[in-house]
Design a protein around this ligand. Structure first.
Ligand code: TXA
Ligand code: MG
Length: 330
C-alpha cells in the first residue's frame, strides 16, 4: 500500500469517511500535532491504532469530536469548572478527562473508567470530524516513541505503507500536544502540560493542581511513564545556565568526527555562536511550534543533538521542557 497525502476537500473527506466507516485509520491535522484517526465505537478500528503505531496497550487514547457533537452521550458527569474552561478555551488544545459513559470501545481507555475528550480548533480537523460525525479516537500519528508529527510529510515518513491517507492541513501551528486535564475531581488537575497553561486555567477557575507521579503508585496518565518524542540520534539536554558545557561538548564531538548540532532558542543561539544550530525561534509560540520539526530535521542531519533548555521556564515552556526532557532521556 502506498500512502497518499491529500489536500482536504470533498474527495478526500469522502474517501476518509469510507475508510473510517470500514474500521481503517486516516491521519488528519490538528492545531497541535497530526492524529491517527479511527472510529472510537469500533473495537477493531481502535485496536488497529495500537498495532500501526506499535503503542503499548495500556496507554489510553483521546477521543476527538467536532464542536457540535453531544459530549454528554460519551461522558457521565461534567463539573461546573469544566464547563467554564470549555467555554473559555474550546475548541482548542485542551483535552479533558471525564467519567466515561462506556459508549465507546473499551480499548480507547485501556480499562480505565474515564474518557479523554478533545475538540480541536484546526479548521481541517473540524471539517474532518464534522464530515464523519463520529467520535474519533486518535493518538499522535507517529511510530510509538518517535517525535510527534507536525506536517503531513512527517506522518508519511513514519507511517508510509501502513495507512491509505494522510489529510494535509499544513504545518501545525501549536506544535506540542494538547494539555491533558483531569476533570473527575473537585478541582482540575493537569496530567500533561501543553499550550493551555496552568496560569490560563487558574485565570478562569481560580485554582488548578498539577499531577506529579509518586514512586510506586499507579500513574494517572499512563502515557507519561514512557520514553517519548525521541529523535533517532543520540541526544543530551543542558539547562540554560550550562550552555558553556553544552558548547564544550559540541566542540569535542565535532573534533572527534561526531556531527553534533545545538538545538536552542534564538537568544541562546546568539550566545553560543556555533555553526551547526537547530534554531527554535524567538517567542514561546515559535519555540513550541518548531520543536518537533527541528528534532526531525536534527535527526536527519546530526549524529548528536545537544539541546539547551530555554531560559524562561514557565507558561508554555513547562510543556516544551516536558517534551525536551523526554526526547533526551536515554
Ligand atoms: O494534541 C493532542 O492531544 C494530540 C492530537 C492528535 O490531538 N494527541 C495526542 O495523543 O497527543 P497521544 O495518544 O499521543 O497522547 C494522549 C495522552 C497520553 O499521555 C495518555 O496517557 C493520556 O492522553 N490519556 C488518554 N486517555 C486518558 C485517560 N482516560 N486518563 C488519563 N490520561 C489519558
Ligand atoms: Mg503521542
Amino acid at each position: 500500500m502506498q500512502t497518499l497525502i491529500l489536500p482536504i476537500d470533498e474527495f478526500s473527506l469522502e474517501k476518509s469517511k469510507n475508510l473510517i466507516q470500514n474500521d481503517k485509520c486516516v491521519a488528519f491535522p490538528t492545531e497541535t500535532v497530526y492524529g491517527l484517526a479511527a472510529n472510537a465505537f469500533s473495537d477493531e478500528a481502535v485496536k488497529s491504532i495500537f498495532e500501526i503505531k506499535g503503542r503499548p496497550t495500556d496507554n489510553p487514547l483521546i477521543v476527538h469530536i467536532h464542536k457540535d457533537y453531544d459530549l454528554s452521550s460519551l461522558v457521565s458527569f461534567i463539573p461546573e469548572y469544566a464547563k467554564m474552561l470549555a467555554k473559555a478555551y474550546l475548541p482548542g488544545p485542551l483535552t479533558m478527562v471525564y467519567k466515561s459513559k462506556g459508549t465507546v470501545s473499551k480499548f480507547v481507555s485501556c480499562g480505565l473508567d474515564t474518557l479523554a475528550v478533545r475538540i480541536p480548533s484546526h479548521k481541517g480537523a473540524q471539517e474532518f470530524l464534522k464530515y464523519i460525525n463520529l467520535p474519533i479516537a486518535a493518538p499522535s500519528a507517529n511510530v510509538s516513541k518517535h517525535v510527534s508529527p507536525v506536517t503531513a510529510e512527517h506522518v508519511f515518513n513514519d507511517l508510509n505503507g501502513k495507512i491509505e491517507v494522510v489529510l494535509d492541513g499544513g504545518k501545525c501551528s501549536g506544535g506540542i500536544e494538547s494539555t491533558v486535564l483531569d476533570c473527575t475531581g473537585n478541582e482540575p488537575c493537569i496530567l500533561r502540560s501543553g499550550l493551555i497553561t496552568k496560569e490560563m486555567i487558574e485565570k478562569v477557575v481560580g485554582s488548578c493542581l498539577v499531577y506529579t507521579p509518586v514512586e510506586g503508585e499507579k500513574v494517572r496518565s499512563p502515557g507519561m511513564k514512557y520514553k517519548h518524542y525521541s529523535p533517532k540520534c543520540q541526544t543530551e539536554l543542558f539547562l540554560f545556565d550550562e550552555y558553556d558545557k553544552a558548547k564544550e561538548l559540541y566542540i569535542n564531538k565535532n573534533k572527534n568526527g561526531v556531527k553534533a548540532y545545538i538545538l536552542c532558542d534564538d537568544e541562546t543561539a546568539n550566545i553560543v555562536g556555533v555553526e551547526n544550530i537547530l534554531n527554535l525561534g524567538k517567542t514561546e509560540e515559535e519555540i513550541a511550534m518548531n520543536l518537533y520539526d527541528m528534532l526531525r530535521i536534527g535527526e536527519s542531519k546530526a549524529d548528536f543533538i545537544i539541546a539547551i533548555a530555554p531560559k524562561k521556564q514557565d507558561g508554555v515552556m513547562v510543556g516544551v521542557m516536558n517534551r525536551l526532557t523526554k526526547a533526551c532521556k536515554s
